[in-house]
Design a protein around this ligand. Structure first.
Ligand code: AVJ
Length: 318
């Protein structure tokens, strides 16, 4: 159910979790794509990560958005349609919407359908004049987002350093597709920066164990949706920083030799065997601008905090 006045676009997302997890767990090394973190429980756990003291990314990016909202709004321009990739809680976009001159519409794209519908309903109540067009979709797949009537320009919004989930070559390919889609507009993108590995390590190994629960939600989700019987206590969350590849690598490591039932199959785990679940790549401002340029963008403005923890880039598509 959507609130009255919200246009719901057709969904381009088919439920491929079962296929991905059975394929990924029959490979060596085992892997599960990180996009499957985000069912309703996983989206809520990620939301809790964003509030953790160790997870500096969210509060740093939000402070940057607030500090530079006027300048950003001027670059995006009046009567724009905002298209957000992996929209999550829809909290950051409010800062943009409040600063923009007569925003025309907002198209949040997210893979987490029930969660998206819920947060869109709340946004609609606060922005009654805005045309909302939520799309439940996997933005890593080719996706057609028709032009919104009345929009002068399209502004892409890709905060949170979600781009870090892609290997640099895949990140460039994704940016190129976004560039094509934003033709004539631009992309506002948040990018986490390389820094003291101790700070990075802490951000993905929080004391309260929320990140561990987020990682293990992949197994809990398989238990819920695929009738699997993962014992969550028999797996450890392991998330080291790889300083030569400049990325956090997340794994679930089997603490014992065990077999797990999954969609009618048996999957064997050796003691110490790992399932790779996520990479989170970090960039320097210069290395990110280079990738953006190779994807066909003109890197224009960039904002960073005093400690250079995080960056926000405005990339023009022409
Ligand atoms: C949502 C992909 C930006 O990489 O920091 C947080 C996901 N994983 N803690 C990130 C995440 C573990 C997050 N992104």
């Amino acid at each position: 159910m959507t609130a009255p006045g919200i246009k719901t676009a057709p969904t381009a997302f088919d439920d491929s979790f079962a296929r991905c997890i059975t394929d990924g767990l029959s490979r060596t090394p085992k892997e599960i794509a990180c996009k499957y973190f985000y069912d309703a429980e996983g989206s809520a756990l990620f939301d809790a990560i964003c509030a953790l003291p160790e997870y500096y990314q969210t509060r740093t990016e939000v402070a940057l958005l607030r500090r530079h909202a006027g300048e950003i709004a001027a670059l995006i321009g009046a009567e724009a349609e905002i298209v957000e990739f992996g929209a999550g809680a829809l909290r950051k976009v409010r800062i943009l919407l409040d600063a923009l001159e007569r925003p025309c519409g907002y198209t949040p794209i997210d893979i987490s359908g029930a969660y998206l519908r819920d947060v869109v309903r709340r946004l609609a109540a606060d922005y009654p004049k805005l045309t909302l067009r939520p799309m439940v979709a996997d933005f890593t797949m080719p996706l057609h987002v028709p032009a919104m009537a009345g929009a002068a320009r399209r502004g892409g919004f890709f905060p949170g350093s979600t781009i870090g989930n892609f290997r640099p070559d895949a990140a460039m390919a994704l940016l190129r597709r976004m560039r094509d889609m934003l033709d004539g507009g631009g992309l506002l993108i948040g990018v986490d920066l390389v820094k003291d590995p101790a700070l990075l390590h802490a951000a993905y190994n929080d004391a309260a164990g929320v990140t561990a629960a987020f990682n293990k939600n992949l197994l809990a989700r398989a238990n819920r949706e695929l009738d699997a019987d993962f014992d969550l206590d028999a797996f450890a969350n392991y998330a080291p920083y790889n300083p030569t590849a400049q990325r956090i690598e997340m794994y679930l490591v089997s603490l014992k030799r065990q077999s797990v039932q999954l969609s009618g199959r048996t999957v064997e785990f050796a003691t110490g065997e790992a399932v790779h679940t996520e990479d989170s790549h970090k960039y320097s401002i210069e290395s990110f601008r280079e990738i953006a340029a190779r994807a066909g963008f003109l890197p224009r403005a960039v904002w960073t905090d005093e400690s250079r923890l995080f960056s926000i880039h405005w990339l023009e598509s022409r």
